[in-house]
Structures are given as structure tokens and as C-alpha cells.
Design a protein around this ligand. Sequence first.
Ligand SMILES: NC(=O)N[C@@H](O)C(=O)O
Length: 161
Amino acid sequence: MLLKPEPLLPESFAPFGTLIETEDAERCSLGDGHATLYHRLARIDPGEGASAIVSIIRARRWPNRMLERLERHPKSTRTLIPMTTEDWVLVVAHGERPKAEDCRLFHAFGDQGVQYDPGIWHHPLLILTQSQEFLLIERDGAPCEGLEEITLDPPASLPWP
Ligand SMILES: NC(=O)N[C@@H](O)C(=O)O
């Protein structure tokens, strides 16, 4: 199943979580006008009894165009914000056991981050360069604690080599 990229817009991403970007954000001037604060871009939900932590993921380019699995983190939101300006892409899906045809492929600009709602299926990070770092705001715990995975069989595929 060949996925077709869609632009990452607040309304198209809303069923999966929150798009994090400065456009249309409430803002105020700081430091005598030398800075602008873009306020409350997302609200973190670390899940019951947990706190949120900040981590960094260094993603490497996916080795081929075949996407064979999805993952989810049922207990908390998961916030991913690129630390460099390169565009990137993301794949998300709804449902208890989504199939390749349920997957949506979004093309994100380098100044767009996302916050997945708890339990939203997503593919591991997909970047367009060799390596890119992302700030991750996640539920405190051991790395990958609570991660669930499913296999996409048949796989979904990216529309580029
Ligand atoms: N493996 C990987 O890139 N995972 C991320 O999507 C994440 O949510 O941690």
C-alpha cells in the first residue's frame, strides 16, 4: 500500500494529537521586544501518577521505503519537536489494529513538532536526511517502558526510494 503525503495542518492532524507550531499561536513580546513568546502550544499529559521528562532522540534515516510496524504509548502524550530545520515525515493511524490502508503520511516542515495523543499508533521517526535530532517530552520511566508494537502485514510503503 503506497502512502500519499499530506501537508501537516492543525485540522488534519487533530484526530491524532496536537500540531506544535508558532503560526496562529497566542503570543506576547518579551525582553523589551527582543523576543516573542508563543504561548501554550500543547498541554503535556504524562498519565496518572507520573511526571514528564525531556529527552532527545537522534533519528537515522529509515533504511528502505517499507514500513512494517507501528508503535504506541498508551499511558501518556508523546511530544516530538525537531531540533534542526530539515523537513521530516510522520505516519499515524487510528484503530486497535490498524492496517497499511489506515495509515496517514504527513509531511512536516522543520519548524513543526507534534504531540501524539495517548495510544495513537505511529511509525518510528522518519526523516529525510541522514540524521536528525528531536526533543522528546515523554512520561518518566525506563526507556521504552509501556511501548506497544504491531506489525503491518502487508507493509505500507513510502512514495520515494
Ligand atoms: N523509534 C522512534 O523513533 N520512536 C519515536 O517515534 C517515539 O515515539 O519514541
